[in-house]
Design a protein around this ligand. Structure first.
Ligand code: SF4
Length: 350
């Protein structure tokens, strides 16, 4: 194992706090040292999560039709990306889709809606959906991802039995205005803080590959550390036609591994999730990434198809890992949960 990264892992296991110089060393690790970097980050992953992989499953409650202008998002205002557009799935359809994910080993269902943020009627609608979901699957965690929260809405969601709230910071504070003009970085931080204050488990992460510098990426990851996010989804930009970031291909598989390792070194005991774009950017290195990340989305993303669910589960087993908290994971009917067919889109970013 490459000694400097192994020493860094030892320091983190002893309760150390990653500094900027170490973070930069991780991001700039030479290609021939990336395997050593993964092995060192893997010590932290195993110390906190053993060989378990948490499986999450997305249900897109409301798709497209968003008035916001996030540059990475095919659901944005003015997007010409070919995606499905619809307004609010029924509770019955939501439970039907979620049941397929749970059958595939998902221990968390993420209920996502496009838009700036929910109205109070929307919050009541999601509360009712969550209630039906919890009745059907009492052991499953439910995460809501509905955008910027107003006063009292996080408390209402928590009272409805929702466990977690996702709202990604996406990038550094200094870059935020470059990717969105209709809301600000502070709005995002405030919503995560509201979720935390209401007792919802905070889930907040990144989209990488949008042209951020190493320093900006470190800023973003350190901000998530300061925010004490319980889970950090790392999305790899999928540059859709019809969005401002179309044609932005800046990531390599080794760069993706370095970024995941940085998240692990900065937040050793936090759930690090390989999220949207992992298939196209990590490519054949996805199994290696499991030694750093301890969580993934199963199957499809919001408006795109991911890797077939059966292939995900085979990958987990083949790499020597086990799906967290379930004996499921080899259901031959799993490919049928691929439920969308149009367009391509990111994991939850709303
Ligand atoms: S990320 Fe969310 S808020 Fe931004 S454009 Fe997409 S759906 Fe709208």
């Amino acid at each position: 194992m490459f000694k400097p990264f192994d020493d860094l892992a030892s320091r983190q296991l002893d309760g150390g706090r990653l500094d900027r110089a170490d973070a930069l060393a991780v991001l700039t690790a030479p290609d021939e040292e990336v395997l050593g970097l993964v092995a060192a980050a893997g010590r932290l992953r195993r110390a906190h999560f053993g060989n378990s992989v948490k499986v999450n499953y997305l249900v897109n409650l409301k798709s497209g039709l968003c008035p916001e202008d996030c540059g990475y998002c095919s659901q944005r205002l003015g997007s010409s990306a070919e995606i499905l557009k619809y307004s609010w799935l029924s509770a019955e359809e939501t439970v039907r889709q979620a049941t397929a994910g749970v059958a595939g080993g998902a221990s968390r269902v993420c209920l996502v809606a496009s838009g700036r943020g929910p109205g109070d009627r929307d919050v009541e609608r999601v509360a009712a959906i969550a209630d039906e979901l919890k009745t059907a699957h009492p052991g499953v965690e439910v995460c809501a991802c509905l955008g910027i929260l107003g006063d009292g809405q996080a408390e209402r969601l928590r009272a409805a039995g929702i466990d977690a709230y996702n709202h990604n910071l996406n990038t550094s504070e200094s870059r935020y205005a470059d990717i969105c003009s209709t809301h600000g970085y502070d709005d995002r931080v405030a919503t995560v803080e509201k979720a935390k204050a209401a007792g919802l488990s905070p889930c907040s992460g990144l989209i990488v590959g949008m042209g951020e510098s190493d320093d900006e990426l470190i800023d973003a990851i350190f901000a998530l550390r300061d925010l004490a996010s319980d889970s950090i989804p790392v999305n790899f930009l999928m540059p859709f036609d019809g969005t401002p970031l179309a044609g932005t291909w800046l990531l390599t598989p080794l760069r993706c591994l370095r970024i995941l390792a940085l998240a692990r070194f900065a937040c050793p005991g936090t759930e690090i999730r390989m999220a949207g774009g992992r298939e196209m950017h990590l490519r054949s290195l996805q199994p290696l990434a499991l030694h750093v990340a301890n969580s993934l989305f199963l199957g499809d993303y919001l408006t795109s198809e991911g890797q077939a669910a059966k292939a995900d589960l085979d990958m987990i087993a083949d790499a020597g890992f086990a799906v967290l908290g379930t004996a499921a994971g080899s259901d031959p009917a799993l490919p049928s949960i691929r439920k969308r067919g149009a367009g391509t889109e990111l994991a939850p970013n709303a």
